[in-house]
Design a protein around this ligand. Sequence first.
Ligand SMILES: [Zn+2]
Length: 337
Amino acid sequence: MDWTTFIGHHRQRQWFANAIGSNRLASTFLLVGPSGIGKRTFAELIAKTMLCTTNDPARFQPCGHCEACVQVEANTHPDVLRVRKNEDKTELSIDQLVGSKDARMREGLCYELRMRPYSGRRKIAIIDDVDTFNIEGANSLLKTLEEPPAGSMIFLIGTSEQRQLPTIRSRCQVVRFARLTDEELATLLVRLGKVSSLEEAKRVAATAHGSIESAESALNETLSELRSKLRESLIQSPLNFTGLSQEIDRHLKSIGTDAQPRRERLKWILDQALDVFRNSMRGNLGLECDLDARLRLSPSELSTLIHRTEEAREQVDRNVSPAVLVEAWTADLAASF
Ligand SMILES: [Zn+2]
């Protein structure tokens, strides 16, 4: 991967290219934007750009062939430190940042960041899933963010600025990323070999809100079946909320017992509902809409449904049991119909 094959986010690239070229680069960055749009890949590419031993970083084009480039690509460069939430956990663990209890500050990312760079250049830390920081985890990082080791760069990656603790936000240069355009996403799907044709890519991209994660879900056939079922139930009036809640429950059970995939799927389900409500809103305002997914409710009723569904979506990551959440959400929907 290099900047020529990286898709989208031109403004952010230009900003970094200028900052590196003019030597005005800060050390700590908070990259925010929806998930699945390439923020982590972006940080990886900056790391490659900064560590390439053939091309000067100011050229903003890592060679891709030197040992450093190859190592960054293979996740084996000793000066690139990566941390992200373990899949079976709901939070980024403090141990990953400052070491386990009996080795506090003697291991973990903050400790390693202070070591002399093996390459003699710099250390770069990429910390993903910072939305899930608890206060203790965030606090453990503050000192490092305040006084980053000379030459080091730290990238924090999250989905929105508002979700970060103010103490973290204020210590970082915030770089905002927008969703990919449908066209960019379609190109990416083709490039990653996820689809068999550009046509299919465009069709999938049109429903994926600029996110590769959403696109991958859309590609899953079970999901498209589930989507039609959900649409069908959601446009029924009055809403059969017991049926809807059972349908979702059954589906969530069918994907296994792991909490994380279930949460991701539930978010996807709520996104489908949001699609239906927003689509109906467009239709009711006289704009173009998908007639098969249109609920004839007033704009204020629809905005209540949208608001409640967005709220439910936020709650998914807060450890609320999916079953409880679905029940409360569908009951509230039923009450608004
Ligand atoms: Zn290189």
